[in-house]
Design a protein around this ligand. Structure first.
Ligand code: SAM
Ligand code: SF4
Length: 324
């Protein structure tokens, strides 16, 4: 029986980080150099260019966790998962476990190069993080150019029949003006978009003046242009969903103003094989393939006990380190 806590929460979704390096430098995710006010790579050298676990290790780890937890979803993430040469071998290796959904979160920068291999590897859907469709705003946030390359990647994935959703972190005074253009972009491709509230992680953790743009703020902007109704929330869902009169749906992931800790089912593993039961916990629990199932179950119980009861508190580790 999968481990459960007293609130009946159990792990059903595994977010597995394949690398802690990235080819973008998003201002809310990458460490910030206080002198230059620019984001930069992780201070310590990236643990390795990719996971310290080999693809056979990763495949074994996923298989064992699926046996213990009956996973419903595996999400491959990072850092930027498309930078990892383990991605495609891992995808092929985990097919045999029969996990119902194998998803990926990516910045999309390399999607046009890898979409075909992802499709062949059996990916079931992809979330692309896209915070702006205006080139200058995109560049201000990601510290990179080439927005068009990402858009080409999204279009190719859709052409290949891979379901795509968009994720956009909205920040006050930085990209709130992108909310409507992003919705129009999503509508033009008939794909769902989810807006994320900024989370106080990494260098934002103890900062008092984070440019948070709340769920209520986002809804106010959308209401100036569209009519929509709230949909019932699905159990363990990260996003609250709304539907417009033309059936287009959008979501808001409101970690700060509408946390979903009470039925959270997510387990994270970073690219060194450390497990985290909660984004608000920066206590790593090392998983070792040489340990027996009862040792893993004990560790899974400990990770579950790290989950918050009510609200997200943030963490000194950023998403790029824990795995987003
Ligand atoms: N590099 C990939 C990408 O950007 O999609 C995968 C990893 S990234 C850490 C996963 C998600 O975390 C992205 O959608 C990103 O926008 C989000 N993210 C990172 N730091 C965040 C923060 N402080 N607040 C809200 N979302 C954050
Ligand atoms: Fe890279 Fe994703 Fe973090 Fe942006 S959010 S810096 S793309 S890991």
């Amino acid at each position: 029986m999968p481990v459960k806590d007293q609130f009946n929460r159990r792990f059903k979704t595994l977010r597995l980080s394949l690398t802690d390096i990235c080819n973008l430098g998003c201002v809310y995710c990458m460490p910030l150099n206080i002198d230059t006010k620019q984001t930069e790579g992780l201070k310590k050298p990236a643990r390795t260019v990719e996971s310290t676990l080999t693809s056979p290790d990763l495949i074994k780890l996923v298989g064992r966790l699926h046996t213990l937890l009956s996973l419903e979803t595996l999400r491959l993430t990072g850092g930027e998962p498309l930078l990892s040469s383990q991605l495609i071998p891992v995808l092929h290796g985990i097919k045999k476990f029969g996990i119902p959904a194998i998803k990926m979160t990516t910045n999309g920068f390399l999607l046009e190069d890898k979409a075909k291999a992802l499709k062949e590897g059996g990916i079931t859907s992809i979330n692309v993080s896209l915070d702006a469709v205006n080139q200058q705003t995109f560049e201000r946030i990601s510290q990179r150019q080439n927005l068009n390359k990402i858009i080409r990647g999204i279009d190719l994935a859709l052409d290949l029949g891979i379901p795509v959703k968009l994720n956009a972190v909205i920040m006050k005074g930085i990209n709130e003006q992108e909310i409507i253009p992003l919705v129009e972009f999503a509508k033009s491709r008939n794909i769902q978009i989810r807006f994320l509230e900024l989370m106080k992680m990494g260098h934002l953790h103890n900062s008092k003046d984070n440019p948070v743009f709340t769920e209520a703020d986002i809804l106010r902007v959308l209401a100036s242009q569209y009519l929509f109704e709230k949909l019932p929330r699905k159990a363990s869902a990260t996003a609250n969903l709304w539907q417009m009169s033309d059936n287009f749906t959008f979501g808001i992931i409101a970690n700060e103003s509408s946390p979903f800790c009470t039925d959270c089912d997510r387990l994270r593993i970073d690219s060194e094989g450390n497990m985290y039961g909660c984004l608000s916990s920066n206590i790593p629990i090392k998983l070792d393939n040489n340990e027996c199932d009862s040792e893993w179950n004990e560790k899974l119980g400990l990770a579950l006990s790290h989950k918050q009861l009510i609200s997200f508190t943030g963490s000194a580790l950023s998403m790029i380190e824990i795995g987003g």
